[in-house]
Design a protein. Structure first.
Length: 339
């Protein structure tokens, strides 16, 4: 069986991070709707093909998270995506949760489903080439929520998933996402993210998950989108690091942030600010979906003639985030490349 710690460390190698391209069929439809493209299986394949075959991406991208449909698809010349990525030196991964569903007797809160039959599904995905997996729990901040009930049931499910992954020879990416929707302050985000991480690491320990053989994919500690006061990048970096230092064991090889709807450049600048304050007990990296893909999706717009422009836009974001891994990014690099 592959050394899980080795895979986990490869995923957070210096200068590199993860591309989350695991949008479910429903989510990718939403993204395609925003640029007026029909969400057919072939369009979804063509779009992922554009991203995955970008030359030079492997200099900044260590792994790609795929979706159930995508892991079974192939490049335009017929190489299965997982095999193609592996040939580029990029580790293929797979989203295995089945989405956040209403949590019984808890209005406005969700529980992530997908544990039934997971052992067999993991075995199949491993056979298809996946070497790591992802499960996302969703925590909403609102009046009187999240409840402890929501935090602990989601943490319990995350740990059950993580233990099954390690048993199956896959590195689990444990993703408890505290949403930034709402008008809450950054202090409230700090408090809820702290409670969430406390529950998650308690369950991981109780369920015998090896911290060395996993990665954490959390939200940054941020002001709510609709909050009247928006914290500065420096404040975000400081509170996020304070929160994680208190809750994430140093044995975890890396923290790979999600972008969660931040603008591309904000997601990069904040990652950069955190790394500029290093060294840290863990690698601090990215596992971005929207913040890596948004400009590429726009440039592509569903036209095969725009593939070059889409790849250029994706490569640029990958490069900027790669630089943010060592605190070497600065916003003026954006203009230079765009010009
Ligand atoms: P975003 O970076 O767009 O939040 O997506 C990351 C992800 O994988 C969410 O589950």
């Amino acid at each position: 069986m592959a050394d899980l710690n080795e895979t986990a460390r490869a995923l957070v190698a210096p200068g590199k991070g993860i591309l989350a391209a695991d949008e479910s069929t429903g989510t990718i439809k939403k993204r395609f709707d925003s640029i007026g493209i029909e969400s057919t299986e072939e369009n979804r394949r063509a779009y992922r093909n554009m991203l995955f075959t970008t030359e030079g991406a492997a200099d900044h991208i260590s792994g790609v998270i795929l979706y159930d449909e995508t892991i079974r698809q192939s490049t335009s010349d017929g190489t299965p995506f997982p095999k193609y990525l592996e040939q580029q030196g990029i580790v293929p991964g797979i989203k295995v949760d089945l989405g956040a569903k209403p949590l019984a007797l808890a209005p406005e809160e969700t529980i992530t489903e997908g544990l039934d039959g997971l052992r067999e599904r993991l075995e199949e995905y491993h056979g298809l080439g996946a070497r790591f997996a992802k499960w996302r729990a969703v925590i909403t901040i609102g009046k009187d929520i999240p409840s402890e009930y929501c935090l602990w049931t989601n943490a319990h499910a995350l740990a059950r998933y993580a233990a099954l992954c390690q048993e199956a020879g896959l590195v689990p990416i444990v993703e408890p996402e505290v949403l930034m929707d709402g008008d809450h302050t950054i202090e409230r985000s700090y408090e809820v993210t702290s409670r969430t991480l406390f529950a998650v690491f308690t369950e991981l320990r109780d369920q015998r998950v090896a911290y060395e053989d996993m990665l954490l994919k959390p939200n940054m500690v941020l002001s709510g989108y609709d909050g009247s006061e928006q914290a500065s990048d420096q404040q975000i970096a400081e509170l996020t690091l304070k929160c994680f230092r208190r809750h994430v064991p140093a044995a975890v090889p890396g923290i790979v942030f999600l972008s969660g709807g931040q603008s591309d450049e904000n997601a990069t600048a904040r990652l950069n600010a955190m790394n500029a304050m290093g060294p840290h007990p863990w690698e601090i990296s990215f596992s971005y979906g929207r913040a890596l893909q948004a400009p590429a999706l726009k440039a592509w717009a569903g036209e095969s003639g725009n593939v070059g422009a889409g790849q250029e836009a994706y490569l640029h974001r990958a490069k900027m985030n790669g630089l943010a891994r060592s605190g070497s990014y600065s916003p003026d690099m954006e203009e230079k490349v765009a010009a």
